[in-house]
Design a protein around this ligand. Structure first.
Ligand code: C2O
Length: 598
């Protein structure tokens, strides 16, 4: 089996501090870039291989230049805008019997192997406000790839106990799996806000982190109860560090008798091409990247840097759901999080079950371990800078969801009660975050590519919007200011906005955004500064008519323009590169704005 070995990592304290907000990592003064190495055998003394920049891969699919071929009209498609369909604050219904099966409109329910009847078991009582117990010991969540054999056994026995419960038990594997479908596939509506015409959707917005935190909280407490161990803590799959960049092996262990199906963590619906030790691709686009192991790890680390560093509260969380304006997801949600879902799900299944579709994702035990790391990213982001604070608007704080708690009681939980993980009784065992040193590197400096493109590539004001994403789109975008000094940069950051991105929500959808990319036949990956970011979505399987969803995206480009020495340029050249499911997709507005730093 191949193994990954690392060097030059920041050292990490192993003891947990008792401060309320102990950093989950150690900052280091070292200016060395992280140097991963990959070797094909379990070598004790591996050679260090230095990454090379830029990455040399030939790109074959993005050379067709599209100029101004926009104005696509959506013929017979259904323009229902579920991406923005929300009212404030999002409130799950008191009466859960109003839940409807997500089968509505599914053309071929036979293809939804997990079933789309996602409603929870009936309750004779309305949900009670949930009061967090006083925890005397913290549940310390360990990284999945460093579990002791005893811990793996404990975790397996907890999942086995969950799977042994009758299906209609609120703690059963099936009911826990359904929760995700219910909150994602339109089982609940916003009747509590007088808007029963709008569904409740916990993705693509600032509800993403808090909803999944509560979901994992109860899942962990239920597992602990099932094995009679209140200290049981859910492992996290730390895909942000090289040793964690593969599916944790325990999920595919052959169980007793050498048959993986006897392993409670096994799921038959995973991509068999991505089993350990295949290296994870945090920019997965539905096809293999072709990168060698070292380049893949570096691209993953720069992806983490891009999606975690220099992000304000709105940038990191995304925006609140809003009935009138499409909300936008934060970069972890639409980036690394989506990539892991799609990378693990089985592309040969009709709906990429399990992890590759929201309706089925909750049925794979790996889902909760994946989201354990998503949850950890929230905590790490807060610890990165004193200005990284949670949303404070009341609509966010008062958004609420309904769960069966560890005592089978129906309870209502609020975002405002999940912002302190120690009050929730858990913390994370520390792991290294080498990506903090993985600031991308410019492929070409001072290329002047935007100025050279004037007259060849259209300017935004010459382009017809919405512009379709079925081909590579290049457009020149005027900057609000040039040569900003340090003071100006402290006051405001320069951001590239893509507004009203419309796409088919039933498919895996991804496109990448490049700034001042020089068209030289070499692919620009996330390891390069020119890679502004990505927008990727897990399918929702709404079925029925083609369902166009609307969302937005925003990418900080201050550091990017410094890296590529383009700060004096009046225009930037923006390239949108379709990667998956973009046939019906379009963008209505592209602009650069200075956004004040709070
Ligand atoms: Cu609710 Cu990973 O998604």
């Amino acid at each position: 089996m191949a193994s990954l070995t690392l060097s030059n990592l920041p050292t990490t304290p192993t003891s947990l501090s008792s401060r309320t907000r102990s950093p989950l990592f150690s900052k280091t003064s070292s200016s060395h870039r992280f140097k991963p190495s990959c070797n094909a055998s379990a070598d004790e003394n591996p050679t260090i291989i230095l990454p090379k920049t830029p990455l040399n891969i030939h790109n074959v699919d993005r050379r067709s230049l599209l100029m101004g071929l926009g104005a696509g009209l959506y013929g017979a498609t259904n323009l229902t805008n579920i991406g923005s369909a929300s009212a404030y604050p999002i409130t799950a219904p008191d009466d859960i019997s109003q839940c409807v099966a997500a089968t509505t409109g599914v053309q071929d329910p036979d293809n939804a192997v997990r079933g789309v009847a996602c409603c929870p078991p009936a309750s004779s009582t309305a949900p009670k406000p949930y009061v967090l117990p006083q925890f005397s010991t913290l549940r310390i969540r360990p990284p999945a790839q460093r579990l002791t054999p005893e811990y793996v056994e404990k975790y397996k026995s907890a999942i086995a106990a969950m799977k042994a419960l009758p299906d209609d038990h609120p703690h059963s594997w099936k009911q826990q799996g359904k929760i995700h479908c219910a909150y994602c596939n339109g089982a609940y509506n916003q009747g509590m806000n007088g808007r029963s015409d709008l569904e409740i959707q916990v993705h693509n917005s600032s509800l993403f982190f808090p909803f999944h935190r509560w979901y994992l909280y109860f899942y962990e407490r239920i597992l602990g109860k099932l094995i009679n161990d209140q200290t049981f803590a859910l492992p996290y799959w730390n895909w942000d560090t090289p040793t964690g960049m593969m599916l944790p092996a325990m999920f595919e262990d052959p169980g007793p008798n050498g048959n993986p199906r006897t392993n409670p963590l096994f799921d038959p619906f995973r991509n068999v091409g991505h089993l350990p030790p295949t290296i994870l691709d945090l920019q997965y686009r539905g096809t293999e990247s072709g990168l060698n192991c070292v380049d893949q790890i570096n691209t993953n680390l720069s992806t983490m840097y891009n999606q975690m560093v220099n992000l304000s509260t709105d940038d990191f969380f995304g925006t609140n759901p809003d009935p009138d304006i499409a909300s936008r997801p934060g970069p972890i949600e639409s980036g690394a999080h989506t990539a892991v879902h799609i990378w693990v799900g089985n592309p040969r299944m009709p709906n990429r079950e399990d992890l590759g579709n929201f309706y089925s994702a909750g049925y794979d035990p790996a889902f909760y371990v994946h989201h354990g790391n998503v949850d950890r990213m929230w905590q790490i982001w807060r610890d990165l800078s004193p200005s990284n604070v949670d949303p404070s608007n009341t609509d966010w704080l008062n958004a609420s969801y309904v769960f069966y708690d560890e005592n089978e009681e129906l309870v209502r939980v609020y975002n405002k009660d999940c912002v302190d993980i120690k009050k929730m009784g858990y913390d994370f065992e520390r792991s290294r975050i080498p990506w903090i040193q993985s600031r991308p590197v410019a492929r070409v400096k001072a290329s002047n590519v935007a100025a050279k493109s004037i007259g060849i590539v259209k300017k935004v004001e010459e382009m017809e919007f919405p512009v379709k994403l079925d081909q590579v789109v290049k457009v020149l975008v005027k900057r609000p200011a040039t040569n900003r000094d340090e003071n100006a940069k402290k006051k405001a950051k320069e951001m590239l906005f893509l507004n009203e991105i419309k796409y088919n929500g039933e498919q895996f959808f991804k496109f990448d955004v490049l700034v001042d990319d020089v068209d030289d036949g070499i692919e620009t990956t996330a390891a390069s500064s020119e890679f502004a970011g990505t927008f990727a979505q897990v399918p929702h399987n709404h079925g029925g008519d083609k369902m166009l969803m609307t969302s937005g995206a925003a990418f900080g480009i201050t550091e990017l323009l410094e890296d590529i020495e383009a700060e004096a340029d009046e225009y930037v050249l923006v390239t949108l590169v379709p990667r998956a499911g973009t046939e019906d997709a379009s963008v209505s507005e592209i602009k650069i704005k200075l956004v004040p730093i709070a």
